[in-house]
Design a protein around this ligand. Structure first.
Ligand code: NAD
Length: 361
């Protein structure tokens, strides 16, 4: 099979972790005889430095031409004080919108070998296996009006949570379909006691849920969900929610997996006419400037994102399963980076990538 993949290393630890994900993809392509066609592009801070903007046209064209895009992370401290429209993260929002990948899938699994890495009690975390489905192209991150201006003589900031019913319905349907392939439970998260936006969300969830009678539907308020994720994480299967709530809850849920360096993500939209899913695959973590360039970032979230790419965009389930099994073997060996609990000296980013390849065989 021909795998036409765009790689966007981005900023900070992005290049380090994507290098290892590409190493694993190359290894898999060789072992299973796939033709890997890789191109590279700029996104984020590095794109601002080299082209003047975070999401250059060249990157847009390459992403639209590729079957799938593997992204590292974006964000550099030097841009922290700039308004959102001039920051590297604008590139991230731009590419998600351009590819119309409206659902961000974030699996969170408490692997037995990592259970001691979580600050939570073992008996609470053990067995946790949930999938957060975050709406990705609507809500506060995109809604208009937005901006900072002066109203009645005082500086005033405005962001708008805007959702069209069709945007809510399509992500909810995806969550129900995913739940059918799992433990058949959807938890729909909202703030319906306060926000009109959430009242519409909850109404649509109830209506859409009737089309999936084999799936149990539970509604929960976002503040309560934040608490329950820590108190009873094993009771969740698929958690579906709007953009900002999903952003926050998935970082919180990373504690269950032991480290944010463990969490992969897949962003997908509707299938293309060809039947393929053009997806954007990226670790949940950011550019981690505090450890960038030190060869100590955990690459497993990026490698797991590459496995998700093989699964969703290319239907290569055996290859994806082999990567995931190899990741588990590496975790069990204790040959892991410092953010987990290494047995002995922490492994480097590069050593973990090499160990995953070796475990694939
Ligand atoms: P972060 O995820 O970059 O880092 C949070 C903490 O987790 C840091 O201590 C970091 O060292 C650690 N960490 C993150 N990834 C790790 C890994 N793979 N291995 C080991 N440790 C890891 O979040 P932040 O510090 O809030 O943000 C830093 C920059 O990244 C900001 O500019 C932010 O806007 C950007 N960001 C980008 C994305 C993205 O590209 N998708 C997501 C979140 C934040």
């Amino acid at each position: 099979m021909k795998l036409n993949i765009l790689v966007l290393p981005g900023d900070g630890i992005g290049p380090e972790v994507t290098r290892e994900a590409v190493r694993v993809l190359e290894h898999v392509a060789k072992k299973w005889n796939h033709e890997l066609v890789l191109s590279e592009g700029l996104l984020g801070g590095i794109a601002i430095h080299q082209t003047g903007g975070p999401f250059p046209d060249d990157t847009r064209e390459k992403a639209l031409a590729a079957d799938a895009t593997l992204l590292g992370a974006v964000g550099l401290p030097e841009f922290d004080e700039l308004p959102p429209s001039q920051r590297p993260e604008k590139g991230l929002l731009g590419i998600r919108k351009a590819l119309d990948v409206f659902a961000n899938l974030r699996p969170v699994i408490a692997f037995d070998s990592l259970i001691d890495s979580s600050p939570l009690k073992n008996d609470i975390v053990r067995g946790a296996d949930l999938l957060i489905v975050r709406e990705l192209t609507g809500g506060l991150y995109f809604g208009q009006p937005r901006g900072i201006d002066v109203q009645d003589g005082e500086e005033t900031a405005v962001n708008s949570m805007v959702y069209r019913a069709s945007e809510v319905e399509r992500v909810l349907r995806m969550a129900f379909k995913l739940a059918q392939g799992r433990r058949k439970k959807v938890t729909s998260v909202d703030k319906a006691n306060v926000l009109e936006n959430s009242q519409m969300w909850r109404r649509i969830a109830a209506r859409v849920g009737k089309d999936y009678p084999d799936v149990e539907l539970e509604h929960i308020l976002v503040d309560n969900c934040a608490m329950q994720l820590i108190l009873r994480p094993t009771s969740f299967d698929v958690v579906v929610t709007e953009n900002l709530f999903g952003d926050i809850l998935s970082d919180e849920a990373s504690v269950l997996a032991g480290s944010i360096g463990m969490l992969p993500s897949a962003s997908i939209g509707d299938p293309l006419p060809s039947g393929a899913w053009r997806g954007l695959y990226e670790p949940v973590h950011g550019s981690a400037p505090d450890i960038a360039g030190q060869n100590k970032a955990n690459p497993l979230a990026a490698i797991g994102s590459a496995a998700a790419m093989l699964n969703y965009s290319f239907g290569l389930h055996a290859e994806a399963a082999a990567i995931e099994a190899a990741m588990q073997a590496v975790l069990a060996s204790g040959n892991v980076t410092a953010d987990l609990k290494p047995k002995g000296a922490p492994a480097t980013t590069e050593q973990v990538g090499q160990a995953v390849c070796a475990a694939i065989g």
